[in-house]
Design a protein around this ligand. Structure first.
Ligand code: G3I
Length: 305
């Protein structure tokens, strides 16, 4: 196959990208988007601050531009993200206790209901675990409403849209030996044992020289999949360039292909210049939209899978 999506489809997987609505007028950008990808994640447009700028007042127009473009082209959509400690609207940031819990549940219910039937998978909760060696929860206003906030979020999402896969999404959870990875694993294990509705775990997989692709990456994916959930690589980017970067993209792709329940890969942007990383060249296309060595190595890995 000669495109990322077509090559991934050969093994029943998707290949997606984060999309920024304000770039949809850029024909180079949309040309690559339409040709190469069959899954879309709104980079910012479906976050809490974007969708509910004022309490109980929802604004879906910008997000709908991305969702409708994708669906009209037969692509699928990952929803990102129903509950997160970042990018909360101002009115939510200063809330706590029952008021915040209810506001979070209302946000989830309203948004998941509005998009009911249109979302392949929701990042129901994003980045709720702490970095470092604790393996525990990140302190946040949402966490302070009670340990059960994540379970409550998943139950609300399921009630609002039973057609969507419900994912927990995080970063620095790629290395099986890390406490954060183990903490997330224990939560998913507990959820599955108690029938809490969870269908997938998202591995953001932002790699760079400080956090390289771990040797046990495939083991991590497989161990989570063995809990009875899909694993999704949700925000892949790998700092670097040339053949080293190409080899790393190939390794990540091969790891996903080796795990039956790794259902697809999403890169976090199209061109290097589209990346959230202020500088650097972490993506598959250069600033001019040309394919990089990493693109070719990823396509080759998908075709070999
Ligand atoms: O929209 C405003 C614009 O009006 C304003 O002029 C401009 C300058 O202040 O800011 C714009 O908002 C920015 C937004 O991106 C849209 O470009 C925010 O400041 C900026 O913080 C935001 O950054 C995003 C970041 O998440 C924080 O939400 C990045 O684009 C996005 O790539 C990044 O993505 C996250 C995932 O959601 C979760 N995992 C980590 C990943 C990387 O941080």
């Amino acid at each position: 196959a000669t495109t990322l999506a077509a090559a991934a489809q050969q093994s029943g997987r998707y290949f997606g990208t984060a999309v920024a609505a304000y770039k949809l007028n850029d024909s180079t950008y949309t040309g690559i988007l339409n040709r190469e990808f069959d899954m879309v994640t709104a980079e910012n447009e479906m976050k809490m601050d974007a969708l509910e700028p004022n309490q109980n007042q929802f604004s879906y127009g910008t997000a709908d531009r991305i969702v409708n473009l994708a669906l009209n082209q037969g692509k699928r959509v990952r929803g990102h993200a129903l509950a997160w400690h970042m990018q909360q609207p101002g009115w939510m940031q200063n809330m706590g206790g029952t008021q915040l819990r209810n506001a979070m549940l209302n946000h989830i219910t309203q948004v998941a209901t509005y998009y009911r039937g249109k979302i392949y998978a929701w990042d129901v909760v994003n980045e709720a675990f702490a970095d470092g060696s604790s393996g525990g929860r990140r302190d946040s206003n949402l966490q302070r409403t009670g340990d059960d906030w994540i379970e409550a979020a998943f139950r609300a999402a399921r009630a609002a849209d039973p057609t969507a896969k419900l994912c927990y999404n995080d970063y620095n959870t790629d290395d099986w030996s890390h406490a954060k990875t183990q903490g997330v694993y224990r939560m998913v294990q507990d959820f599955k044992s108690r029938g809490v509705p969870i269908d997938c775990v998202g591995f953001q997989s932002h790699f760079n020289s400080q956090s390289p692709v771990p040797g046990n990456y495939q083991t991590t994916l497989q161990n989570f999949a063995n809990l009875g959930v899909d694993v999704q690589i949700t925000e892949l980017d790998i700092e670097g360039s040339g053949s080293t970067q190409a080899q790393n993209y190939s390794r990540v792709t091969q790891a996903c292909l080796a795990v039956a329940r790794c259902t697809g890969i999403t890169v976090w942007g199209i061109r290097d210049t589209d990346s959230w990383r202020a500088s650097g060249t972490p993506l598959l296309f250069d600033g001019n939209g040309n394919k990089k060595q990493a693109y070719n190595s990823t396509l080759d890995a998908l075709n070999a899978g």
